[in-house]
Design a protein around this ligand. Structure first.
Ligand SMILES: Nc1ncnc2c1ncn2[C@@H]1O[C@H](COP(=O)(O)OP(=O)(O)O)[C@@H](O)[C@H]1O
Ligand SMILES: [Mg+2]
Length: 227
């Protein structure tokens, strides 16, 4: 099966040609339908690696292939189409403050041009699943951190992306909500989505053993094991 993520000796410098390299010599692959935990202490480079994977930054060296496309050589105009196939749960949510929870979650479906009737049904069902049926009309500033995180999760998965990357998606959730999120990720993964989750939630990792990428000081120190 083709790799959805393929990194070969990838390095990242935020300031090109200057400043420190924050990721060094990363080489790993994740096949279609794979699930990976991304672990490592704060500052290890987890968010930076996820930014590379959702195409917010480009590697400063090495070769990065996402969904079969080599990123260094890709034309700028090809990026939006590729990004639409990637769902992202941002650590800081990045919800649109002027839109309701419903409209935030509906956004990827509207961009994809889905019919409004289907959007209504899908978004209503998804908000019900994450326990926000009573908050569909609320705007992010009126929601708690945990509620905003659940809106962000719903938005990331609603369009069934080929690749889902989540940056500490349980940081604001209680244990029951975190388990519910895992059910959602596992169900998507079972249906074929490749999933990568950066987390500090050790209990969650223990309860859901999976292959693990471990970063330390910007280097990949393990790719394997379980949790
Ligand atoms: N936008 C940025 N510009 C420059 N350096 C950054 C930027 N974002 C993160 N860094 C640096 O990259 C390193 C890794 O950070 P990060 O990827 O956020 O780690 P983690 O998510 O594992 O906590 C840190 O040393 C951090 O200071
Ligand atoms: Mg981080």
């Amino acid at each position: 099966m083709a790799d959805v993520i393929r990194c070969e000796a990838v390095g990242l410098q935020y300031v090109r040609g200057d400043g420190p390299e924050v990721l060094h010599d990363l080489s790993f692959g994740v096949p279609e339908g794979g699930f990976r935990w991304l672990l490592g202490p704060s500052g290890a480079g987890k968010t930076s690696l996820l930014r590379l994977l959702y195409l917010a930054v480009r590697p400063s060296r090495g070769r990065l292939e996402i969904l079969g496309t080599e990123i260094a050589g890709v034309k700028r105009r090809a990026l939006p189409g590729l990004r639409r196939r990637i769902g992202v749960v941002f650590q800081d949510f990045r919800l649109l403050a002027h839109l309701s929870a419903f409209d935030n979650v509906a956004l990827p479906l509207r961009i994809a041009g889905r019919p409004e009737g289907q959007i209504r049904a899908d978004v209503t069902e998804m908000l019900r699943w994450v326990g926000l049926s009573a908050k569909t009309a609320s705007r992010p500033p009126e929601l708690s951190g945990g509620e905003q995180q659940r809106v962000a999760i719903a938005r990331a998965v609603i369009a069934r992306p080929d690749l889902l990357v989540a940056d500490e998606p349980t940081g604001n959730l209680d244990e029951a909500q975190a388990e519910r999120l895992m059910q959602l990720l596992q169900e998507m993964n079972r249906l074929g989505t490749t999933v990568l989750v950066a987390t500090h939630n050790e209990g969650l990792v223990r309860r859901h053993p999976a292959r693990t990428l471990r970063l330390s000081h910007g280097r990949l120190i393990a790719d394997g094991g379980v949790g």
